[in-house]
Unconditional design. Sequence first.
Length: 132
Amino acid sequence: SMPFKEIEKIINIFFPKTRYYETGKGFFKHVFVIHSSKRKLVLKIGRNKKHIRKDFTTYNHLPSNIRNRYFAKIYWRRGLFMLQKYGKKVKVPAKELEKLKLVGNKYGLKDIREANIMKFDNKFKIVDAERK
């Protein structure tokens, strides 16, 4: 079993403003929001390597010219860990949700819903999706 509490303590040493994001039951990842001086990131820790690999594969299968336009940037992935850009949790306008669902359908993504979308500056992006 992964020592999540110990990992949280170590992260807090390097990034004191870090907080654990409660993902709830039935999810396959633990999420830590990391605040650095320049940006807000999220460290996702999977219960299994395949859970992180699926997210990374989904991201990489999007064409490179639209990948970061509609999907939150993933900086790196190693084993059970993945570092991703993190946005602001706000209400997603119906028009934006519909636009991202159309993009998702075009590129074979499922689970495009408000809970998996965040606001980055003035754009809404997908932070979590799976391939069909």
